[in-house]
Write a protein that binds this ligand. Structure first.
Ligand code: G4P
Length: 528
């Protein structure tokens, strides 16, 4: 296969959803189609069970499982499919945001009974802003849920999407008969007693034929005809380019648990979802078809075994081929590095790989050289953009609880921040360290890991911060900026990259500050 063919056949995507909507179940069914696993139940859920927020064993278990589900790859109809895991738990949202920088498209799973939920809203917003192509899968059609039209409205309104259904349910819950596949003009009937097999569907180019009444009953047939008529009037025709530009989102209905509607989703997905896309670096746009290798680190995973503190850095290949034992430039360190055992991921297995192509994810054993966002190239000096830090939601001072272990504490904190567990801010005034996190759970993770992996102890102290605002003055030498630095002195800090951050205690403060200092921009993300 040529280099270009290898690129064209890759589909790298993430599945996003609110916890419990069915992401794990859908992933598993997709792997079954690819023959990558043999039985249902093989993919472990990586979610933290409800109520387990302070159970450390649960955190450890979660960390262990998420290595094996970080990337799940399989071949289906000669397409190489890479599914990147995105934790649904809101305390790990930052992880998910970063993973979304490495996907070329996403599938959004929505529970038919619950509709659009909070976590889905946040994640879809990020995808929408980045114009990532999205397919929506409405799951659990075997259960009583919301009316299909109401749900489509909800998806449009709450998620700000422009949708077009490519399949439509015939009944729902107890009365669920199957799905009309608009994309392929087929009917797939649901048979509740044979849940794991997939029927090929019955072709129905013309739904006015009386044959339809015989198969699904007169009442259902008439309803379906009416509904399809409404769909035609209300929703736009599917246009692949609009989908690829993030302007139109096709919707499928089904039941992941019953393996229903999943094959239709997958067949359409491999046809319409994009192969690896070009990616913006600070200096220029890098096309996947360029022969020189480039890639970036979007995730770092620490080893669970405290005796082996090596980590696994996940690199998304953007262009060229990544080869084992070939020297590559680590741009931030300006250092050439070779990798003797890069890992690839196949189903749930990790294997050493000789050559990887754009779209692939390579896992590299790391002893502390990598940070999230680092770029590797064949030699060109470039840095990929688009892995910003977002303002954390929680802020606490971190104190050293064992004066003899100060060095270990700072080393541990440093490495945990490189992994992206949380963000560290150093106050300008007195050098005190503040840890900012997305969820309260991370504080426990940090404390636990510092103790078990670095033999260091820390305590926390509350700090009243509403948001971290990255500061961008129009003119660093202006009297206005000097005045800002003077009056806000107590609330100024530096992030790990040395960028100036204003720790504002309320939304009101931010508003007042913006009014008083109109030439100083406050940003809620580190990249602007
Ligand atoms: P998540 O990864 O998005 O958090 O969701 P997951 O797949 O774990 O699914 C959450 C629950 O919803 C699971 O039940 C799962 O079996 C169920 N589920 C998934 N798809 C469907 C579907 O199409 N129909 C129905 N009726 N249920 C579905 P659970 O009881 O929480 O877990 P388990 O004990 O079944 O594993």
């Amino acid at each position: 296969m040529t280099f270009l063919e290898e690129i064209q056949r890759r589909r790298t995507f993430g599945i996003i959803s609110h916890p419990d909507a069915g992401k794990t179940t859908l992933t598993e069914k997709l792997l079954l189609f690819g023959g990558a696993i043999q039985e249902a139940g093989a993919v472990k859920s990586n979610k933290i069970k409800k109520g387990a927020t302070s159970d450390f064993m649960e955190i450890e278990r979660q960390r262990g499982i998420s290595v094996s589900t970080s990337v799940l790859a399989f071949i289906y109809k000669n397409k190489k499919i890479n599914i990147l895991d995105t934790p649904g738990h809101k305390d790990f949202a930052e992880d998910t945001f970063r993973t979304l920088t490495a996907v070329d498209s996403v599938i959004v799973v929505i529970d038919v009974a619950k509709g659009v939920e909070e976590q889905t809203e946040k994640l879809v917003e990020v995808c929408r802003m980045r114009k990532i192509p999205m397919i929506v899968f409405i799951n659990k059609m075997d259960r009583e849920g919301k009316d299909a039209f109401d749900l489509l409205d909800e998806v449009e309104q709450k998620l700000g999407l422009r949708v077009t259904p490519l399949s439509f349910p015939i009944g729902m819950g107890y009365d669920f008969k199957g799905i009309y596949n608009i994309y392929e003009k087929k009917i797939n009937l649901f048979s509740g007693d044979n849940k794991q097999t997939v029927s090929n569907g019955i072709e129905f180019n013309d739904i006015t034929t009386p044959e339809l009444d015989k198969i699904i009953g007169e009442k259902s047939a008439n309803t379906l005809r009416e509904e399809l008529e409404i769909l035609r009037e209300v929703y736009p025709d599917f246009d692949k380019n609009e989908y690829l530009n993030g302007e139109l989102q096709p919707v499928f209905f089904g039941s992941a648990l019953n393996n229903f509607g999943v094959k239709e989703l997958l067949d359409c997905f491999i046809e319409i979802a994009p192969p690896p896309k070009p990616k913006m670096a600070e200096t220029r746009l890098i096309d996947s078809k360029e022969e020189e290798m480039s890639g970036f680190v979007f995730k770092i995973h620490a080893n669970m075994d405290p005796n082996h503190r090596n980590r696994l850095a996940f690199i998304k290949i953007v262009s060229g081929t990544f080869k084992r034992n070939e020297p590559y430039l680590h741009v931030r360190l300006n250092k050439k590095m070779k990798f003797s055992s890069p890992n690839t991921f196949f189903a749930e297995k990790k294997e050493i790989v000789e050559v990887s192509f754009p779209g692939d994810i390579v896992g590299i054993q790391d002893t502390g050289n990598f940070k999230i966002g680092d770029t590797l190239t064949s030699g060109e000096i470039l840095s990929f953009k688009g892995i910003p830090s977002f303002s954390p939601e929680h802020f606490r001072y971190v104190n050293n609880a064992n004066p003899l272990k100060a060095k270990q504490l700072y080393k541990g904190l440093d490495q945990l921040m490189d992994e992206g567990v949380a963000q560290l801010f150093t106050l300008e005034l007195n050098g005190r360290k503040v840890i900012g996190t997305v969820g309260a759970l991370q504080y426990e993770v940090i404390q636990y890991r510092l103790e078990h992996e670095y033999s260091a102890k820390c305590t926390y102290e509350n700090l009243n911060v509403h948001k971290a605002c990255w500061v961008e003055p129009k003119d660093k030498k202006s009297p206005e900026f000097k005045e800002f630095l003077r009056v806000k002195q107590r609330f100024l800090a530096h992030d790990k990259k040395g960028q100036l951050v204003f720790l504002a205690d309320s939304a009101f403060t931010i508003q007042m500050t913006e009014q008083k200092f109109p030439n100083i921009k406050l940003h809620f993300t580190s990249e602007f």
